[in-house]
Design a protein around this ligand. Structure first.
Ligand code: C2E
Ligand code: MG
Ligand code: MG
Length: 561
C-alpha cells in the first residue's frame, strides 16, 4: 500500500502512514487468499466480523470496521496483469457496502488502470522514438539530445568532450555476401561490444546503417579520446561467429573535440564525420582527429566527383550487357545494359560506388542520357546485323526519373537511333517508384503511350506492396537479388518469392528473378513458374563482342528448337 487518503466527520487517528501495511508481502500477513480473489478480478467486501481472527487483529491496528477492496488491472501486450488494488475502509461503523459503492470503486479502479495504460504506452512510444530497434541503442535523435545537454555541461566544468563517428569497414560486403540476417546479427554484437568497452556516462548510438556515434561527455584532453578510440578498436578485434561464419571486422573512427572545434551539436557531428572520411582514406582500421584544415567534403569523394566530371568527355564509360533468360525455354529474351567506368587513374570503378556520387552531384543526368543513347544504338546495330530483335533494358536513376524533360529525351533518342520503342525497356527501382506514386504514374503513362516497356527494379527492397504498384502501367517486375540469395536457405523467403510471382502474374506482370547463381535457385524458380531470370548462373554482364556472339548462338538455338 503506497497511498492512503482519509476523510472523516471528526478528527480521526491513526495517522496516514501505516508501516504495518507498507511494502510488505501478502504472504507476511498470510494474505494469499486476498491475492487470489483480487487477481481473479473479484472484490473483497466484508465487515470485520466476517474476517478470520488473525486478519481482524491486523485491521484493528487501523480501527478498520469494514473493508471493500477492488483490484486494478493494467492491460498490456500480453493480456491484463494484476497491478494493485484500492480500497475503502470504514473506521466508524460496521458497514454493509452497497452495490453502488462497490461499482463506484470499480469505476475508479478502471480509470486508474486506463491512465496507467496510457502512461505505459507513452513510455513505449517515447522509447521507440529514441532507440534503434535492431540494436536497442539510442538513435540519432536521442544522441543529438544528449550531446546538446553535454556541451554546456562540459563548458561549465571547463572540460572538453569528444564526439566520435565510427563506421565498420567493408560492412556492405558482409551484408551483400552473407545476407542481411548475418549483417543484422553482426550489428547487434558490435553494439554490445561498444557498450561494454565504454565508461559509465559515455553514450553510444546507432546513427544508421553501419555507422555509430559515441559521446565522451567529459574528457581532459586528446589522450582520453585516443585511449577510448583504441579501446573501441580493440573491442572489435576478436572474431565474431555466426552460423558457422567467422567474421573479422575493423572500424574507422573520426573524432571531434569540443575545444578545438567549438560549436554546436551539428558542427561537432559534421566534423567527426569529416574526420572519419580522412580515416577511411588513410586505409581504414584507424582513427583520426578532426582539424580545421580538413575540407568538409571527403577527399575521396571530391576526387571521384572531379574525375567523374571528365569521364564523359574522355569517353571512359562503356556498357556491358547481361542477358535475360526465359525460364521455360532457356532462350534469351533481352539484355540489361549496365554501365562500366574505366578510369585511367583509379582503374575499374564499380557503379555501386560512382552512381551515388553521380546522383548527388547531378552528373547522372548527362551520364544517364549517354547510357540510354548508347544502349539504343547498340540494340539497333544488333538488329541491323541480322539478329532477331530483342529488348534492351536501361536503368533510370532517381534523379533522372525526376527530370522534367525525361519523356522528351527518351523520344528524341528513339528517333535518333531509329529503335522501335517496344525494344527499349526502362527500369525504375521500387524505392524511386513509390516516393511519389502519382508522379510516377503520370511519367510512366506517358512513356507507355510512347510504346516503351517498363519495369520495376530491385523489387522487395522498398517495402512497398504489390497492390500499390498495381496502379502503375508496368510490364516487368524484377525481384531483388537479396531474395534470390536466400531463396534456397530460408523457407520464409521462398514463401515470399512464391507469393510475389503468383500475385505479380495475376496483375499481368512478367516476373524476373535477379542474381540467380545456382542450379537449385533456378530449379525452385522454375517450379513456381517464374518467367525469366538474370544472373551469373547463365551469364555475367558481357562486353559488346561477347554479347553479340552469345546472341548469335542463341538465335541458332532458337531456330533449331
Ligand atoms: P541493377 O540494375 O539491379 O543491376 C543488377 C546488378 O546485379 C548488376 O550489378 C549485375 O552485375 C549484378 N548481378 C547480376 N547477376 C548477378 C548474380 O548472379 N550475382 C551477383 N552477385 N550479382 C549479379 P552492377 O552492374 O554492378 O550494377 C549495380 C547497380 O548499379 C545496378 O543494379 C543499377 O542500379 C546501377 N547501375 C548500373 N548501370 C547503371 C546505369 O547505366 N544507370 C543507372 N542509373 N544505374 C546503373
Ligand atoms: Mg537494373
Ligand atoms: Mg536490380
Amino acid at each position: 500500500m503506497s497511498l492512503r487518503y482519509a476523510w472523516s466527520r471528526e478528527l480521526l487517528e491513526p495517522p496516514i502512514h501505516q508501516p504495518h501495511w507498507k511494502n510488505r508481502l501478502y504472504s507476511d500477513f498470510n494474505k494469499s487468499d486476498w491475492y487470489g480473489m483480487l487477481a481473479s478480478g473479484r472484490a473483497i467486501k466484508r465487515t470485520i466480523e466476517e474476517f478470520p481472527v488473525a486478519e481482524q487483529s491486523l485491521l484493528d491496528l487501523d480501527n478498520i470496521l469494514s473493508l471493500l477492496v477492488v483490484p486494478i488491472f493494467v492491460i498490456g501486450e500480453v493480456g491484463s496483469t494484476f497491478w494493485g488494488w484500492m480500497a475503502l475502509a470504514d473506521c466508524q461503523q460496521e458497514r454493509c457496502w452497497s452495490m453502488q459503492e462497490e461499482s463506484t470503486l470499480f469505476t475508479m479502479a478502471a480509470s486508474i488502470s486506463s491512465a496507467l495504460l496510457r502512461q505505459q504506452t507513452e513510455e513505449t512510444i517515447r522509447y521507440r522514438a529514441l532507440h534503434d530497434l535492431l540494436t536497442d541503442l539510442p538513435n540519432r535523435t536521442l544522441f543529438n539530445e544528449q550531446l546538446s545537454l553535454a556541451i554546456p555541461n562540459a563548458s561549465r566544468q571547463e572540460k572538453s568532450l569528444a564526439v566520435m563517428f565510427l563506421d565498420l569497414d567493408r560492412f556492405k560486403t558482409i551484408n551483400d555476401t552473407l545476407g542481411h540476417t548475418v549483417g543484422d546479427r553482426l550489428l547487434q554484437s558490435v553494439a554490445g561490444r561498444l557498450k561494454n568497452c565504454l565508461r559509465l556516462g559515455d553514450i553510444v548510438a546507432r546513427w544508421g546503417g553501419d555507422e555509430f556515434t559515441i559521446l565522451l561527455p567529459q574528457i581532459e584532453d586528446n589522450e582520453d579520446a585516443t585511449r577510448a578510440a583504441q579501446r573501441i578498436q580493440q573491442a572489435l578485434d576478436s572474431v565474431f561467429t555466426f552460423e558457422g561464419h567467422d567474421l573479422y571486422i575493423t572500424s574507422s573512427i573520426g573524432i571531434a573535440l569540443l575545444d578545438e572545434t567549438g560549436g554546436d551539436t551539428e558542427t561537432l557531428i559534421k566534423n567527426a564525420d569529416t574526420a572519419l572520411y580522412y580515416a577511411k582514406e588513410q586505409g581504414r582500421n584507424c582513427y583520426q582527429f578532426y582539424n580545421a584544415s580538413m575540407s568538409t567534403k571527403a577527399p575521396e569523394r571530391l576526387t571521384l566527383e572531379k574525375r567523374l566530371r571528365q569521364a564523359l568527355e574522355k569517353e571512359e564509360f562503356n556498357l556491358v550487357y547481361q542477358p535475360r533468360v526465359e525460364v521455360a525455354t532457356g532462350h534469351i529474351l533481352g539484355t540489361e545494359a549496365l554501365i562500366r567506368w574505366q578510369s585511367p587513374e583509379m582503374g575499374a570503378v564499380s557503379p555501386g560506388s560512382f552512381i551515388p556520387v553521380a546522383e548527388e552531384s547531378g552528373l547522372i543526368v548527362s551520364i544517364g542520357e549517354w547510357t540510354l543513347r548508347e544502349a539504343c544504338r547498340q540494340n539497333k546495330l544488333w538488329q541491323q546485323a541480322g539478329l532477331a530483335p530483342i529488348c534492351v533494358a536501361v536503368n533510370l536513376s532517381p534523379l533522372q526519373f525526376r527530370q522534367p524533360k525525361l519523356v522528351e529525351m527518351v523520344a528524341q533518342i528513339l528517333k535518333e537511333t531509329e529503335l522501335e520503342p517496344q525494344y527499349l525497356e526502362l527500369e525504375v527501382t521500387e524505392t524511386t517508384a513509390i516516393q511519389d506514386i502519382d508522379f510516377t504514374r503520370r511519367v510512366l503513362q506517358e512513356l507507355e503511350q510512347m510504346g516503351v516497356r517498363l519495369a520495376i527494379d530491385d523489387f522487395g527492397t522498398g517495402h512497398s506492396s504489390l497492390s500499390r504498384l498495381q496502379l502503375l502501367p508496368l510490364h516487368n517486375l524484377k525481384i531483388d537479388r537479396s531474395f534470390i540469395q536466400e531463396l534456397t536457405e530460408n523457407v520464409k523467403v521462398a514463401h515470399i518469392v512464391t507469393a510475389v510471382v503468383t500475385l505479380g502474374q495475376s496483375l499481368g506482370l512478367s516476373i524476373i528473378a535477379e542474381g540467380v547463381e545456382k542450379a537449385e535457385e533456378l530449379e525452385f524458380l522454375k517450379s513456381i513458374n517464374c518467367d525469366a531470370v538474370q544472373g551469373f548462373f547463365f551469364y555475367h554482364p558481357l562486353s559488346v563482342e561477347a554479347a553479340t556472339e552469345i546472341l548469335r548462338q542463341n538465335q541458332a538455338k532458337m531456330i533449331n528448337s
